[in-house]
Design a protein around this ligand. Structure first.
Ligand SMILES: [Zn+2]
Length: 174
């Protein structure tokens, strides 16, 4: 059994203390993630390590995995997708510090001293890891059914999720 995960975290303090968190969160507790899914079944396995690097930068190294249910855009039927994402986030208190970060880091801007919802950082990372165009990895429809007629069927190019979208999502945290 996993120990109980805290609902709220203080990332800077966690980093100073070199804390590790492992456990499970319910997908149903993550509203923004659930909104992108067919249903909110399942759990997210989380493995987080907060620490401070040799340049005194506090960071979070996280691995999040889940089996999520999305809608296939080809056959419009539900599909189960295993998602696993790893992140290395530098904790920054001021936007101006982002520029000086070592290359391996993505910034995690935390401007307030209020505790942060643990699930919010996890769901942000998972949302980024979702495929832009979810599709079964097998031919769920005969080729002629979706290749004929419309030439817009195979939509590969969509705007990549901007890392700044994550930042602004974090800034406007509820
Ligand atoms: Zn399909």
């Amino acid at each position: 059994m996993h120990p109980q995960l805290p609902k709220e975290i203080d990332p800077f303090r966690f980093a100073q203390n070199g804390l590790k968190l492992t456990g499970e969160l319910q997908v149903s507790d993550m509203e923004r993630l659930s909104g992108a899914l067919h249903n909110d079944d399942g759990v997210v396995n989380i493995d987080m390590h907060f620490d401070v690097d040799e340049t005194n930068t506090p960071f979070l190294r996280g691995t999040f995995s889940a089996s999520l249910t999305l809608i296939c855009e080809r056959c419009t039927q539900p599909m189960s997708l295993k998602v696993k994402t790893e992140c290395l986030l530098a904790l920054v208190q001021y936007e101006r510090k982002i520029e000086g970060l070592a290359e391996q880091y993505d910034p995690w801007l935390i401007e307030s001293n209020d505790p942060i919802k643990l699930s919010s950082v996890v769901e942000d990372e998972l949302i980024l890891a979702l495929p832009l165009v979810p599709r079964h990895d097998f031919k769920c429809l005969p080729a002629e059914a979706w290749q004929s007629g419309e030439d817009e069927v195979e939509v590969e190019e969509e705007k990549p999720a901007s890392p700044f979208a994550v930042l602004s999502a974090l800034k406007s945290k509820d």
